[in-house]
Write a protein that binds this ligand. Structure first.
Ligand code: BES
Ligand code: ZN
Length: 620
């Protein structure tokens, strides 16, 4: 009997606080339609945040406090973004207050947290814990890791998920420095987008500092059984012990990539550059967390053919992390610039041939995306997006990436490479540690790139930025090695004979182009002959596998299905999953199979991937 009393008291208190929050819910509006944040950055600046968190793997929760240091307070309250967070206590300048309130829940933005402050307030501290529904977090069981020995946790904050694990102003246009103390199980190592430990210690407590100001979407944490290995003076990799050999070999070109990147657009601004190779559930290829890129293990192909992804995330150290899109409508400033920069790094490290092949593959995808979007949502094919009232995830298409890239290629061709490179160097220098907008970029083109009216006309920037589709004179990549692949697929269609001589020295990108050029009507025999010859099923190269399984579904080629089902259960990278599930969803029979596989695979997917696949298999 005696132990019941405190439990009852606790639950009555809990009920009361839920009730009190509901009572207090106040309508809060975003201050600009382009915002995806309630944060009132125009009234208060957060200059530094300190996290003190414990990783509770048993309950899949982060618990602890965040302390925000304020500056230039003009309003009477601090408004933060939260989503599914349990806020326990709030202190204003060391004094606990219960006068905080919550905004009305918004399905895209979450819940605003309003804390009364005044012009003298210096510091706000919040005790909170995350919910099991925190979309940014993925808690993996040991079986989901490479070595299958220890659990793993990682975050994915971009675009607006940082608010699911930290109450903060979750908007790209304000920057803050941060520090952290993270407590985790003693057999695991904690890493952040900050200064990082290189080995485990006996306490399980790790300290971090990020002395350069970053935007909220770059907040990142990973906890797992990982080791460090240096690849150069200021760069290295983190991976699970049993994977380290393969990872270190695959990514050995990193120091060279950094040297080439610096030679192109200026000194690397963040001190160290390391890469953490995550378990396969990671929903993206890579995430440019400052000082520590998070990467999918699907780039570990055994032949260094997929390392351009590292070039991409490295390039974000300038385009994105150093010069940041002010809001998600300007997403192409992050990604288009990065694809361009990535392509230049690849050209410098691996040669123009490889860079051109890569570009051609991407442009093929862009053309398919444009064809689809022109029917569904033509305005989403404009570089400058309108994501008001929408989830910024909807802006995550080839438009920002590849149309953005082509626009910059086009500008390069208008003024010539040397003037263009000089322009980009000054763009990064002048905007360093700041944010920028599409309009400011356009103004900059007029002010400091174009030298004649003719150049401005040729550049046609207004059309590129504000019109749907592609302008007439878009730069066509042309790679003879890619042409070989397209021709080989036409020949195979005609003859049914794989051309062994022609394909002997092919690289991954050529196989991808070959597969993407084949029709949906190959028939069982030709699919079987291809597979017998090239062993695409379970090829071990995830890019090729994803293309092959997509083609297999479109052709109803059943012998590939069991390997496909395994692939879909092992790999969580959304880019690979979507085409396969889309192909499955195109026929009633495929849809049944898709749903069957998804039911098995879903517990292993990150929320971001699961939500996208849900939409494919269960459209409203
Ligand atoms: N920053 C992106 C990933 C991202 C964008 C996550 C928006 C959430 C919202 C990252 O740099 C990226 O572009 N990754 C690509 C890799 C690439 C080589 C194009 C990916 O994950 O496929
Ligand atoms: Zn990117």
């Amino acid at each position: 009997m005696s132990f019941l009393y405190p439990i009852r008291l606790v639950s009555i208190l809990a009920l009361f606080s839920v009730f009190a929050c509901r009572q207090a819910a106040v309508p809060v509006k975003v201050s600009r339609a382009t915002d995806h944040s309630f944060g009132n950055a125009h009234e208060v600046r957060i200059v530094h945040s300190h996290l003190d968190l414990e990783c509770d793997f048993d309950n899949k929760k982060l618990k602890g406090t965040v302390t925000h240091r304020l500056d230039s307070v003009r309003g009477r309250k601090l408004i933060l973004d939260t989503r599914n967070l349990e806020i326990q206590k709030v202190w204003v300048d060391g004094k606990e207050t219960d006068e905080f309130q919550f905004g009305v829940f918004d399905t895209i933005l979450g819940t605003a947290l309003l804390i009364p402050i005044d012009s003298l307030t210096k510091e706000v501290k919040i005790a909170y814990s995350t919910d099991t529904a925190a979309e940014a977090l993925q808690w993996l069981q040991a079986a989901q890791t490479h070595d299958r020995k220890k659990p793993f946790l990682y975050t994915q904050s971009q675009a607006i998920l940082a608010r699911t694990w930290i109450p903060l102003m979750d908007r790209p246009d304000t920057r803050f420095t941060y520090s952290a103390r993270i407590r985790c199980p003693k057999d695991l190592l904690a890493l952040m987008s900050a200064s990082n430990p290189q080995q485990k210690n006996d306490s399980g407590i790790y300290h971090f500092t990020m002395p350069q100001p970053v935007s909220s979407y770059l907040m990142a944490l990973a906890v797992g059984d990982v080791q460090f290995r240096a690849l150069g003076d200021s760069c290295g990799v983190y991976a699970e012990p049993g994977f380290m050999e393969e990872v270190a070999w695959e990514l050995a070109d990193m120091p060279e990539m950094i040297r080439k990147a610096e030679a192109l657009y200026g000194a690397y601004p963040w001190g160290r550059y390391d890469v953490l190779v995550l378990p396969p559930a990671f929903p993206f290829g890579g995430m440019e967390n400052p000082r520590l890129t998070f990467a999918t293990p699907t780039i570990i192909a055994g032949d260094r053919s997929l390392t351009s992804l590292i070039a991409h995330e490295l390039a974000h150290s300038w385009s994105g992390n150093l010069v940041t899109n002010a809001d998600w409508n300007d997403f192409w400033l992050n990604e288009g610039f990065t694809v361009y920069f990535e392509n230049r790094i690849v050209e410098a490290v691996y040669g123009k041939d490889i860079a051109d092949m890569q570009a051609e593959l991407e442009v093929g995808e862009l053309q398919r995306t444009i064809a689809r979007l022109m029917k569904e949502a033509p305005n989403d094919t404009r570089l400058k997006l309108d994501l008001s009232g929408r989830n910024p995830d909807e802006g995550l298409t080839d438009i920002a990436y590849v149309k953005g890239f082509l626009f910059l290629k086009h500008l390069e061709s208008v003024v010539g490479r040397s003037r263009w490179d000089e322009f980009l160097r000054s763009y990064f220098r002048d905007n360093a540690f700041g944010t920028t907008t599409t309009d400011a970029f356009k103004q900059r083109l007029n002010d400091s790139l174009f030298q004649t009216a003719e150049e401005a006309v040729k550049a046609n920037a207004k059309n590129w930025i504000y019109q749907p589709g592609l302008p007439e004179n878009w730069p066509r990549p042309n790679s003879t090695r890619m042409l070989t692949a397209v021709n080989a697929s036409a020949r195979y269609l005609a003859t049914g004979q794989p051309d062994t001589a022609a394909t002997r020295n092919w690289v991954t990108q050529q196989f991808q182009q070959f597969l993407r050029s084949l029709p949906d009507t190959l028939g069982h025999n030709r699919m079987a002959a291809l597979d017998a010859h090239f062993r695409f099923t379970a090829s071990g190269n995830a890019e090729i596998e994803a293309d092959w399984y997509t083609l297999s579904v479109k052709n109803g080629y059943k012998p590939a299905y069991s390997a496909m089902a395994q692939f879909l259960q092992r790999v969580g990278r959304r880019k690979f999953l979507l085409p396969v599930y889309n192909a499955l969803a195109a026929t009633p029979e495929g849809l049944v199979e898709g749903k069957r596989i998804f039911a098995l695979a879903r517990p292993g997917y990150h929320a971001v991937s699961a939500a996208s696949i849900d939409r494919i298999l269960n459209p409203e």
